[in-house]
Structures are given as structure tokens and as C-alpha cells.
Design a protein around this ligand. Structure first.
Ligand code: NAD
Length: 472
């Protein structure tokens, strides 16, 4: 790849070429609120062109041997690694997250490409009782529309690209309008690695997502985002009965048993709640602490909040950056105001939150009632309720009393006891004495309104295929 890649200009990548759009939209640095770039606003005609290119490329891409497609994924991983530092800086610039987290995100994307490159899609041959033989194959679905949110724009795109491309699909990828730049740059960096039309990267303002979910020539939507938008995607996709993988919101409970090591668990859960400024689908969002250790636990959390104020992601030592965008900033501020106005006590108070920059210090609410919005809703920001319980059955019932079912965690000196509690939780992932560890080798998905289908692992790869049975 030439060194002439510019990290100042951003273009759509359609059918093997970079192109501008007639319109554009502003991208803001959340640490300063300054406009840092104009991103191309892909038109409906350009989307049609990208989908048509993907459709045409599908005919030849699907018959490329899997091992060759895997090699191209490895080359993509190598390309991301080659450009690790400029991509890291760009991601922090547009997202706000600390440089170390941005670097880890790009590295994770490369890790996902490499991990999927090692997975096979073998044909199963099965003798049938009537003497015939059934050949069960997994064939690609066709053109995949991949839609990513702003909290992990790069890694959540890679979760979709790697399995989709390995299975023989072609892709039109769209990042969130809040964080389009790093994704567009990656689309540009990967352009020469795949045949024209196999990977198309577009960006656009709010008009573009609905056009994708309703597009008559897209066969599957792989979507990560909020539950409300997931439902809109599902409605849009119904017209052509698109395949769907929906990774949606979560309101993940953590349950701390009375025998837990208070300081150590408080520290793990502090970061489990406030990493990425709390903008993680599987962050701890409700922490149930046994009454006998609650006060010590709360004091430790308050100390951690005091010691970890938010700061610009590119400043040395930052571990918590700003909230990613103004909309989310206003939403979290309003939830904090609501908590204050209803007389709830804040174990750590964020103060005025006046900016510049969308900074909110880690905010912890002291034992709010179960029906308080801060407990019922997903704040998706640095705002966490701590909740007292005395009876474990009651804690489990409260933890499960949610329309969401994404992830959860249980903390105890006795992992077997914790696992016994964990088996009673309604969630796709249950961590025992750990949190946030997602790997490419394990299926990840939500129960209830946290999603449909899974990503990652063979099971996630299979979601990019249709089963075909040949009986001979
Ligand atoms: P969002 O739903 O607002 O947007 C997600 C993406 O969908 C963006 O690219 C957006 O432009 C696009 N979009 C918006 N309207 C659309 C429509 N009608 N049709 C198609 N696409 C449309 O979500 P967000 O605010 O970017 O992300 C935060 C949410 O994502 C949180 O709820 C979080 O829990 C969830 N999330 C879930 C997971 C998971 O794996 N389950 C991971 C990360 C984030």
C-alpha cells in the first residue's frame, strides 16, 4: 500500500474506487466540540451503486475457495496492523476514547480477521436410511448490509466483515454518522486487498440506515445498535424477508455475593461500568451488592470515581474520555438531573458538566428504587446505580426483571456458588468473577430484546450462510 494515504480526506469506497459525495456532514471531536472533518454523505444513488457492485461481485466471490478468502482476511489484519498508529489517533480524535483503548480496538479488529480466517465451513455428508446421501452445505447469503454503532465503530464492523467475507458474501458497510472517519479510512486501506465490489464502505447521515434496511437487493442486515433502531431495521427488512442478526441494547446486572473481596471486586466493576465512558453494550449497568458489604463497596467505588476524572482521550494517562456525542451527553445529563430532582443520593457527583467537551465524571447513584429510570433504562454513559439486596433470590428476580438480556456477571469467593447464581440469569453471556471479556471463539448474542442471533465463533459465521441440502 502506498504511503500516500491521507488521514485528512475521507471518501466512500464503492466498487473498488474511492469517490466523493455531493453532500457532506460534519464530524465533531467530543473532547473539544470542534468540527474536525466533513464526511461524504452517500446518496441513495450511490447506495444503489454500491449494492449493485456487491451483487455483481458476489457471483465470482462466492466461488473463490474458502482458503483464499481466508488469506485475504489475514492480509486485511496485516494492513490494519501496519496502519495501527494513524488509525488509533484518528479513532481517538473522532470518538474521544483514550488512545490505549483506541489502539486495543484496532488490534481487536485485526484479531477478529485472523480468528475467522482459521474457521472452516466443512460440508457434512450423511447417509440416509433410503440409501441416498445427503450433502449439507453452508452457502453464502449474498449481499450483506453491515450497520455499526458509534461506541466501538471499528471492532463491531470487523465482527461483521470477517465472517461475512469468509463465508463468501459481499458487503456494504455503514458506520454511525457520529464516527464515520476511521471506518471510511479502513475501507480505503483495504480497497486493493479484495476484488472490486466485494467490500464497499459508505457513510451517511440519518437517511442512509433506513435505505439499507429496506433495500430490495440486500439479502441480510447485520446490525449493532439500540433496541429501538433494531426494531426499525426489522420492520424495514420485512419487505424482502432479509436475514437479520441484531445485536442490541443491554441493561446488564452484576451481582456481588457477601463473600466477595470488596476492594478487588469494586475495582473490577468500576472499570466494568465506566470503561469507554460507560458506552459499552455489556458494561455493568446495575450493580446489586449484598447489604453486609454495601457500604464498604460504595465507599471504594466513590474513591475510584474521585481518582478517575474524565479527560481528553489523547492526554497522557487518560482512562475515561468524554461521552461520544452531544445527543448522548444530553441524555445522560438529563438522567443525572432526574436522579437529583427525585431526591436520590449520588455517591459520586459529576458537578456542573458545562464543557467544553462532553465530559461527565463517573456518577454513582445510591440504592435507587427499582423503578427509577436510572435502573430501568440503559444510560449508556458514565452513570451507574448501586443497589442493595439481602436475599439472593430477590437479587436474581430483580436482575431478571428487564426487557433486556445481553450479559451479566456474578462475583464471589466461591466460583461454583457464583455459577449457580449465574445459571439463573436471563442473559446471553454470564461472567463469573470477570466482565467485558469477549473473544472471537465464543458465541455472543442477546436474549429477550437484546437481540436476535449471535456474532462470533462458528455459530456467528453460520449466520452469514444459508443451509443447502443436496440429496443424491
Ligand atoms: P443506534 O441504534 O442509534 O444506531 C446504530 C446504527 O444504526 C448507526 O449506524 C445508525 O446510523 C443506524 N441507524 C439509525 N437508524 C436506522 C434505521 N432506521 N435503519 C437502519 N439503520 C439505522 O445505536 P447507537 O446509539 O449508535 O449505539 C448505542 C446502542 O447500541 C446501545 O443501545 C448499545 O447497547 C447498543 N450496542 C449493542 C451491542 C451488542 O453487541 N449487543 C454492541 C454495541 C452497542
Amino acid at each position: 500500500m502506498s504511503d500516500a494515504i491521507s488521514f485528512d480526506t475521507f471518501k466512500l469506497a464503492i466498487n473498488g474506487w474511492l469517490e466523493d459525495a455531493s453532500g457532506s456532514f460534519a464530524v465533531v471531536n467530543p473532547a473539544t466540540e470542534a468540527v474536525i472533518a466533513q464526511a461524504p454523505d452517500c446518496s441513495a444513488e450511490q447506495l444503489d451503486k454500491a449494492v449493485a457492485a456487491a451483487r455483481k461481485a458476489f457471483r465470482s466471490w462466492k466461488v473463490v475457495p474458502l482458503a483464499e478468502r481466508a488469506e485475504m482476511l489475514r492480509a486485511a489484519a496485516a494492513r490494519l496492523t501496519e496502519y495501527l498508529e494513524p488509525l488509533t489517533a484518528l479513532l481517538t480524535y473522532e470518538h474521544g476514547k483514550p488512545l490505549a483503548d483506541a489502539r486495543a480496538e484496532i488490534q481487536n479488529a485485526a484479531r477478529w480477521f485472523n480468528a475467522f480466517a482459521d474457521i472452516d465451513l466443512p460440508v457434512e455428508r450423511r447417509p440416509e436410511p433410503n440409501g441416498r446421501v445427503a450433502e449439507i452445505r453452508r452457502v453464502p447469503v449474498g449481499v450483506v448490509g453491515a450497520i455499526a454503532p458509534w461506541n466501538f465503530p471499528v471492532s463491531l464492523a470487523a465482527w461483521k466483515l470477517a465472517p461475512a467475507l469468509l463465508a463468501g458474501n459481499t458487503v456494504v458497510l455503514k458506520p454511525s454518522p457520529f464516527t464515520p472517519l476511521t471506518t471510511l479510512k479502513i475501507g480505503e486501506l483495504l480497497l486493493d486487498l479484495f476484488p472490486a465490489g466485494v467490500l464497499n464502505t459508505i457513510a451517511g447521515s440519518d437517511h442512509l440506515g433506513p435505505l439499507m434496511s429496506g433495500h430490495p437487493d440486500i439479502d441480510k442486515i447485520a446490525f449493532t445498535g439500540s433496541t429501538a433502531t433494531g426494531k426499525a431495521v426489522m420492520r424495514g427488512a420485512a419487505g424482502t424477508l432479509k436475514r437479520l442478526t441484531l445485536e442490541l441494547g443491554g441493561n446488564d446486572p452484576a451481582i456481588v455475593l457477601p463473600d466477595a473481596d470488596v476492594d478487588a471486586v469494586a475495582e473490577r466493576l468500576f472499570w466494568g461500568a465506566f470503561a469507554n465512558a460507560g458506552q459499552i453494550c455489556v458494561a455493568a449497568k446495575r450493580v446489586y451488592v449484598h447489604d453486609s458489604i454495601y457500604d464498604r463497596f460504595a465507599a471504594k467505588m466513590a474513591e475510584l470515581a474521585r481518582n478517575n476524572p474524565p479527560a481528553p482521550g489523547d492526554a497522557a494517562g487518560t482512562r475515561i474520555g468524554p461521552v461520544q456525542n452531544r445527543q448522548q451527553f444530553e441524555r445522560v445529563k438529563a438522567m443525572i438531573e432526574e436522579a437529583r430532582n427525585t431526591g436520590l443520593r449520588l455517591i459520586s457527583d459529576p458537578g456542573a458538566m458545562t464543557g467544553p467537551g462532553y465530559f461527565i465524571a463517573p456518577t454513582i447513584v445510591d440504592n435507587p428504587p427499582e423503578d427509577a429510570p436510572v435502573v430501568k433504562e440503559e444510560p449508556f454513559g458514565p452513570l451507574l446505580p448501586l443497589l442493595r439486596y439481602t436475599d439472593i433470590a430477590d437479587a436474581i428476580a430483580r436482575a431478571n426483571d428487564s426487557e433486556y438480556g445481553l450479559a451479566s456477571s456474578v462475583w464471589s469467593a466461591d466460583p461454583d456458588k457464583a455459577a449457580e447464581v449465574g445459571r439463573q440469569l436471563e442473559a446471553g453471556t454470564v461472567w463469573i468473577n470477570t466482565i467485558l471479556g469477549i473473544t472471537p471463539s465464543l458465541p455472543f448474542g442477546g436474549h429477550k430484546q437484546s437481540g436476535i442471533g449471535v456474532e462470533n465463533s462458528e455459530a456467528g459465521l453460520h449466520e452469514y450462510t444459508n443451509l443447502q441440502v443436496i440429496i443424491r
